[in-house]
Design a protein around this ligand. Structure first.
Ligand SMILES: Nc1ncnc2c1ncn2[C@@H]1O[C@H](COP(=O)(O)OP(=O)(O)O)[C@@H](O)[C@H]1O
Ligand SMILES: [Mg+2]
Length: 342
């Protein structure tokens, strides 16, 4: 291609020379051979000289400039290598290559981040599964090795093993939910339902856990029906998790209050507790999967660190928001909005 264009330029130069010389020759009373010599020999000479010059200077400049472009792109300096040059086409080429490189760098960065997250997720899953399995294994082996003979010990060990089995089961369930969400399989079945009725249903489910810690669990709204448009089972899971957390991380004799704020087109549900609260530095991370403020406490409080990640996914799938305000030692308020029904 390069050869072809240099050939064309040389041809145009030589034709130009030929035409000039030919023009001159009209005014001279010369023979045809003189015309040939005057017209075509200089043209031929100009053709080769032109081609030589083009190859030597222009093409070598093109090559040197291309090399500069590649070198600057290689170490991501992206500084123009054709500054102050007349090679406009090279600038176009440089810009095109830069665009391509920028797009590819962004894409590679994105893929690396996904790969990092995948590895981190696998590591976290393995770590979370190991602990309950290890515990169940320990209790069963101790029972087989003789503890089974002692009715009291075996009852105690079986009870502990059962707790770990329950934890394992909720962990697996949360993992299935998270992986479905991340595989893009989260589908909403939106219906209209009374949010107040659902909140009362969740309060009934959490009542026993609240009583065990003497936590006063109450809702603060009237009896009037309030319709929202959302996926009922998913909002139930959201409420269950938020109310469950308020009890789990609440103090003995504390309280959890659920109230509703109405605005045109939206309702906001607020879950307020006076529990241990969350320190400011942890707040931005609590919706990340497996994030727990106090990891060591996971041994005493059943915890997967997946609940809030699922809650956030569910609320955002409804194009709504979940917010948290909290003060360590004072308590937390989790609130989320929903679209109002007709
Ligand atoms: N109401 C709350 N009060 C204090 N801390 C909370 C509350 N809700 C959540 N957290 C903190 O956020 C972390 C993540 O919550 P979550 O994702 O539901 O996981 P899990 O409850 O399984 O630990 C919890 O481990 C806890 O440290
Ligand atoms: Mg939770």
């Amino acid at each position: 291609m390069r050869d072809n264009s240099s050939f064309k330029i040389a041809l145009y130069v030589s034709l130009g020379v030929a035409v000039c010389c030919g023009g001159l020759s009209i005014f001279l009373p010369l023979l045809i051979w003189q015309m040939v010599v005057i017209t075509f020999l200089p043209a031929l000479l100009a053709f080769f000289i032109g081609r030589f010059l083009i190859q030597k200077y222009i093409i070598s400049r093109v090559i040197i400039t291309s090399e500069h472009i590649i070198e600057s792109l290689k170490d991501s300096r992206f500084k123009s290598s054709v500054e102050n040059s007349n090679l406009g086409e090279m600038e176009v080429l440089e810009n095109a290559v830069k665009r391509l490189m920028t797009e590819q760098t962004t894409e590679i960065g994105h893929l690396k981040e996904l790969e990092r997250m995948r590895k981190e997720f696998l590591g976290d899953v393995a770590h979370e599964l190991r602990s309950p399995i290890f515990n169940i294994q320990g209790y069963i082996h101790t029972l087989i090795e003789g503890a089974l003979e002692d009715a009291e010990v075996s009852h105690k060990f079986l009870g502990k093993a059962a707790k770990h089995v329950d934890h394992l089961s909720s962990l697996v369930e949360d993992l299935v939910t998270i992986s479905r969400i991340e595989a893009g399989e989260l589908k909403l079945e939106v219906t209209e339902f009374d949010i107040k009725e659902l909140i009362k249903e969740v309060i009934d489910l959490q009542d026993l856990a609240a009583k065990q810690k003497n936590i006063n669990l109450k809702c603060r709204f009237d009896e009037q029906v309030l319709l929202v448009r959302a996926d009922r089972p998913k909002i139930k899971q959201v409420l269950n998790n938020l109310v469950g957390n308020s009890i789990k991380y609440g103090h003995e004799e504390g309280h959890t209050v659920i109230n509703i704020e109405e605005a045109p087109g939206t309702v906001t549900i607020k879950i307020t507790d006076n529990g241990e609260g969350i320190a400011e530095e942890h707040l931005p991370r609590i919706f990340e999967r497996f994030y727990r403020v106090d990891k060591s406490r996971a041994r005493t409080v059943p915890s997967t660190g997946l609940g809030l990640a699922i809650v956030k996914h569910f609320i955002e799938a409804h194009n709504q928001k979940i917010l948290v305000t909290s003060r360590e030692g004072v308590g937390s308020i989790f609130s989320f909005s929903l679209q109002r029904g007709a």
